[in-house]
Design a protein around this ligand. Structure first.
Ligand SMILES: Nc1ncnc2c1ncn2[C@@H]1O[C@H](COP(=O)(O)OP(=O)(O)O)[C@@H](O)[C@H]1O
Ligand SMILES: [Mg+2]
Length: 271
């Protein structure tokens, strides 16, 4: 399935390569096998800190189960990704400015069914159109949990894939499944641990995943790069509930420092 989507997507990309060769936009798809690991919260806070560093960021909320990016940013966009997918609106029309400078959002829609989407490559087109606009330095795609074909399509058109996970065995099993899939035709996976108190724990587990991949003789050129950890903090859930951004409210907190460290690593590896 992934190969099939990849092949179709790369055809489309080749067609449009001429146009977006000069695009400055870097795509980062944030994924996780399991839901509830903190993907959307992480994405929103990373977006904020990247914007603070002067990058122009657009977030695509592609979680069909629970589209909550507009809640995290406390805005009520009139149009969503699905107005674009269903052909009613242009990409420009579905982009909403958040209250933060340099952060725009293409909102999702909870409970939406991606009906009749198969093979239309509409998700590939979204990414391509955003790239061709050449307006954003960074395009962050927050996907839903799991590795369904829509998530796979986003993964196949992303130069950068970031897995957010916890140390929970079932979450790690899902990350390994992701590694197996990406090793078929990607070069690298960036991995970040949420709800993880210290940096070394994440590093040790990342190394174990790399060793497991070696043992199972996955593509030896495929790299898993550990980019850091984020601890658990009740202030994160509290700020979310109040519809505020943690990194904005707690600029000097230890967790904000961890997030900055993650961004430093991320930027080194961005393609
Ligand atoms: N590091 C953290 N510490 C405490 N709570 C967190 C942390 N990361 C996320 N959360 C909370 O966990 C819940 C799920 O996060 P969310 O970002 O919606 O997960 P996902 O997008 O992966 O489903 C939210 O209530 C959020 O506030
Ligand atoms: Mg989410």
């Amino acid at each position: 399935m992934f190969n099939n989507i990849s092949m179709q997507a790369s055809k489309l990309i080749n067609l449009t390569k001429k146009q977006n060769r000069k695009s400055k936009s870097k795509i980062i798809t944030i994924t996780s096998g399991k839901g509830g690991v903190g993907k959307s919260t992480f994405t929103a806070n990373i977006a904020y800190l990247l914007a603070r560093r002067g990058f122009k960021v657009v977030i695509v909320d592609a979680d069909i189960g629970l589209a909550n990016m507009q809640v995290l940013f406390d805005i009520r966009p009139k149009l969503t990704l699905f107005d674009y997918i269903e052909g009613r609106n242009t990409i420009n029309e579905v982009i909403t400015q958040t209250s933060f400078e340099n952060i725009s959002l293409i909102a999702g829609k909870s409970g939406y069914q991606y009906a009749n989407l198969s093979n239309s490559l509409v998700l590939t087109r979204i990414v391509d159109e955003l790239k061709n606009m050449n307006l954003y330095d960074i395009i962050l795609i927050d996907t839903g949990a799991g590795l369904n074909e829509y998530v796979q399509e986003f993964l196949s058109v992303s130069e950068n894939v970031l897995a957010l996970t916890t140390t929970d065995p079932s979450a790690l099993t899902d990350v390994y499944a992701l590694i197996k899939m990406l090793a078929l035709n990607k070069e690298k996976l960036l991995i970040c641990f949420n709800h993880t108190k210290n940096y070394q724990i994440g590093e040790t587990i990342s190394n174990s995943l790399v060793n497991l991949a070696k043992k199972n003789r996955l593509n030896p050129n495929f790299m898993v790069k550990y980019i850091g950890n984020v601890s658990t903090s009740s202030n994160i859930s509290t700020t979310s509930r109040l519809r505020k951004l943690f990194a904005h409210e707690f600029e000097n907190d230890e967790i904000t420092r961890q997030l900055h460290k993650v961004i430093d690593s991320l930027l080194i590896d961005l393609r």
